[in-house]
Design a binder for this molecule. Sequence first.
Ligand SMILES: Nc1ncnc2c1ncn2[C@@H]1O[C@H](COP(=O)(O)OP(=O)(O)OP(=O)(O)O)[C@@H](O)[C@H]1O
Ligand SMILES: [Mg+2]
Length: 248
Amino acid sequence: MSIEKINPVVLQVSNLKKRFGNNIVLDDFSFELHRNENIVVLGKSGSGKSVLIKCIIGLMKPDEGSIHILGKEISQMNAEELDKTRAKIGFLFQSNALYDSMTVRENLEFPLRRHWIKHNKSEMDQLIKQALADVKLTHTIDMMPSELSGGMRKRIALARTLILKPEIILYDEPTTGLDPITAKEIIQLINEIKIKYKTASLIISHDMNCVKLASDFVVMLIDGKCYAYDTYTNLKTNKDKNILQFFE
Ligand SMILES: Nc1ncnc2c1ncn2[C@@H]1O[C@H](COP(=O)(O)OP(=O)(O)OP(=O)(O)O)[C@@H](O)[C@H]1O
Ligand SMILES: [Mg+2]
């Protein structure tokens, strides 16, 4: 069954294959992500979720298939185009990857400098304040990451992603290791950002509460394939045992 969507496709993964020796990790894996949409990729440990993300950001080369980002196939891009495309993709690492020796402000300035985006001091300040306001942590601007809680660090990492105004955000296990209340706050933030900036997000998660609350659609990655693509509610009532196992 095809689902009608009005927003444009921003990420198209088609017939992706990736193997390591005899280990076929992705096998004809396809899906599309639209603007203003959150898709959660659900798959067991070792099913190839991180491999998928690495292929999307160009850290790994698929054996077959194609990946179009904002209409362009990534293997056709030269280094400069790839760099520009990467600037439009925010990536929230599971580890947050904040720089411990830098203040929150310096951490947020970093991507702007990294992508050679020129801003004068007041523009830079404005962007930093906006990103911090989006994650509700304006008061932490001069703090060090070590002074922040796990949930706060996750939010600062998200603010650092938002500063480049990404069109696509990739979240790797955004709620893992957080207590249920903090996890819920992060999920709320993920949803608020989607509504405010109409971003498209690909979220990798094992956390069924995150899947339930953050997904518009769920992609089930089983045996290297897109085994199921549907809403959380529809999948939850599906009788297929491979699907049901995620809800037990
Ligand atoms: N660089 C590599 N070389 C060889 N095999 C690899 C490499 N990277 C991943 N694999 C294999 O690919 C498979 C999928 O790994 P991947 O890290 O994508 O799993 P995952 O779904 O992200 O699991 P988890 O939920 O535990 O993070 C595993 O069998 C892994 O051993
Ligand atoms: Mg992984």
